[in-house]
Design a protein around this ligand. Structure first.
Ligand code: IPE
Ligand code: MG
Length: 225
């Protein structure tokens, strides 16, 4: 969900007002995703690198996310959305936000219409480091021999082992980067880039990205059949 700061700057607003405007973009997109029957959607809300931002902006984002979960979790629940989080829970994430995260996950955990995953305090490298540590512990405990480590060993040690690999990645705001997002999971994803800044993103932009996806030919390393 990139481009909030530039969106605000273009309007002579504070960066934080760009983040606030991103909420409508997110919920319009979620509604659109529900309408077309999308079962999995993951959004990059805060990266392990975003801690480098000014303290005021970081504080704003922590409060904003806490508050958003509190205000929105019931409507997500009513719409059959399972809310989940991937990322490092501990560290600098404030306790109050951590509690809102657990509460929203707990409230919605039986829902299956759509799984909406927030990547928060998330980094693709951190996720792989955490997986490597968990695998190391299995080896040390004598439950796994190193030669038996496969793709599946890594995959089952990711933050959301049951999440299917994404088919489509949409990157907003005219940047052409992965920025440490779902590094393992995106191995065969189709990438769609748009100049739209996140606060201007609407369900129609998601639909357009999906139409673009449908025009692609996916071969997964093989040749066409
Ligand atoms: C994305 O918008 C929101 C977060 C990373 C929390 P940015 O804040 O990165 O907006 P730009 O890239 O400065 O325009
Ligand atoms: Mg940015």
């Amino acid at each position: 969900m990139d481009g909030n700061g530039r969106w605000a700057k273009q309007r002579g607003l504070k960066r934080t007002e760009g983040h606030a405007a991103g909420e409508h973009a997110l919920f319009d997109t979620v509604e659109g995703a529900l309408d077309i029957g999308l079962e999995w959607m993951t959004v990059y809300a805060f990266s392990t690198e975003n801690w480098r931002r000014p303290v005021d902006e970081v504080r704003y984002l922590m409060n904003f996310n806490e508050n958003l979960l509190l205000r929105r979790r019931d409507e997500l629940h009513e719409r059959g959305v399972r809310v989940r989080f991937i990322g490092r829970r501990g560290g600098r994430v404030p306790g109050r936000l951590r509690r809102q995260i657990s509460d929203a996950e707990e409230l919605t955990r039986r829902n299956r219409t759509m799984t909406l995953t927030f990547a928060f305090n998330y980094g693709g490298r951190a996720e792989l480091v955490d997986a490597a540590r968990a695998i190391g512990h299995e080896v040390a405990a004598g439950r796994l021999v190193p030669d038996k480590i496969t793709d599946r060993t890594v995959a089952r040690n990711l933050y959301a082992p049951d999440m299917p690999d994404p088919d489509l990645l949409v990157r907003t705001s005219g940047e052409f980067r992965i920025s440490n997002y779902l590094l393992w999971e995106l191995a065969y994803a189709e990438l769609v880039f748009t100049d739209v800044l996140w606060p201007d993103f609407r369900r129609e932009h998601l639909f357009e990205a999906i139409r673009e996806y449908q025009r692609r030919e996916r071969r997964f390393g093989a040749v066409d059949g």
